[in-house]
Design a protein around this ligand. Structure first.
Ligand code: COA
Ligand code: MG
Length: 309
């Protein structure tokens, strides 16, 4: 099987902002924000007594035209409570009715957690375009990450993306939250590897100190180097640093275009490996270059020109 056939369509997910579903001021602010995706949260940021109100607020947002008026290309995701919780089933029905791009399942421990939600969605004849994202944030979730990611390969699978829930992982394991995340990183890398084994996108956890831009930028750069596609965020001030760190620098884009142009030359049509500016370039580099060029084009299509690529 060609490697590229195992890869999902390119979609920029540099900046993925959590927004508590009951926060009306935050909802008002959303259309002006430059995040690639938004996760409307019904779970951790909503206290038990406010779950119903948050669900209702979301229903209104999606039915009164405000969701439809969001910038084209801003991906919408709804995080529900676990189906095993008192709110999960109602949340899933409400989320399904809102028609977001994806539903995010929290605290996924095992593949069965994905199957349960997929089955429930089948029963409501949900369209195939409704995707599922999974939070890997428990010790069992990390240990089973490969088996969970494998769900993306089953017939009719909806699973598209993993999010690492670093706050929950710290809480559950007791490891120290230190700059550079020395103790957390092995598990984060395990999650990245599992996602890549089955072609999923994978997003880094949040940086709680939203006034510390330099610290955020450092952590974004680490996350980018670890292979994450983007960062989950809690505050609008974090969007620009994440877009920058996970964006496509002009020199990387120029290099990708040079690789694509070199392989497009008639004399290189049937060659698996070529030399470019003194470096060996293989067809796997062409695949990487093509995806990068497509991602840059999608970012430019949404934000105009080369802004924040
Ligand atoms: N999405 C959209 N807008 C947001 C936002 C978010 N996540 N967080 C803050 N804002 C808005 C505020 O509503 C405010 O808008 P206004 O000027 O129109 O009133 C503006 O940004 C500035 O906010 P600020 O006063 O700096 O922050 P705050 O004290 O209101 O809120 C938090 C701080 C952390 C409570 C808030 O950012 C938040 O709830 N973040 C998300 C938390 C979450 O979802 N956690 C679960 C996943 S880890
Ligand atoms: Mg969590």
């Amino acid at each position: 099987m060609n490697q590229s056939s195992s890869l999902r369509p390119v979609r920029p997910r540099r900046s993925v902002l959590y927004l508590p579903a009951s926060n009306s001021r935050a909802l008002d602010k959303l259309p002006g924000l430059s995040c690639d995706s938004v996760v409307f949260d019904l779970e951790d940021s909503i206290v038990p007594g406010a779950k119903e109100e948050a669900r209702e607020s979301l229903r209104c947002f999606f039915s009164d035209g405000r969701a439809a008026a969001l910038p084209a290309g801003m991906e919408t995701v709804i995080r529900i409570n676990a189906l095993s919780s008192p709110w999960g089933s109602e949340d899933l029905l409400a989320a399904r009715g809102c028609k977001p791009d994806a539903i995010l399942i929290p605290k996924v421990d095992a593949p069965e957690d994905i199957v349960t939600v997929e089955d429930a969605l089948e029963q409501t004849d949900a369209p195939r375009s409704l995707r599922l994202w999974a939070m890997i944030e428990t010790p069992r979730g990390v240990m089973n990450a490969g088996q969970i990611a494998r769900m993306a390969r089953t017939d009719g699978a909806r699973l598209d993306c993993f999010i690492t829930g670093t706050n929950d992982l710290l809480k559950e394991t007791g490891v120290a939250a230190l700059p550079g995340r020395p103790w957390l990183s092995p598990w984060l890398m395990q999650i990245v590897l599992a996602a890549r084994a089955y072609g999923l996108d994978v997003l880094d956890g949040v940086y709680n100190d939203f006034k510390d831009e330099a610290g955020l930028l450092d952590e974004c750069r680490d996350g980018q180097a670890m292979g994450f596609d983007g960062k989950t965020l809690i505050h609008p001030a974090q969007i620009a640093p994440a877009n920058k760190a996970f964006g496509i620098a002009p020199d990387r884009l120029a290099q990708a275009k040079a690789i694509a142009a070199a392989f497009a030359l008639p004399e290189n049509k049937d060659r698996g490996v070529i030399s470019l500016d003194g470096r060996m370039v293989e067809r796997l580099h062409l695949e990487m270059a093509d995806r990068l060029i497509e991602k840059a084009a999608r970012i430019a299509a949404r934000y105009g020109g080369d802004k924040e690529t």
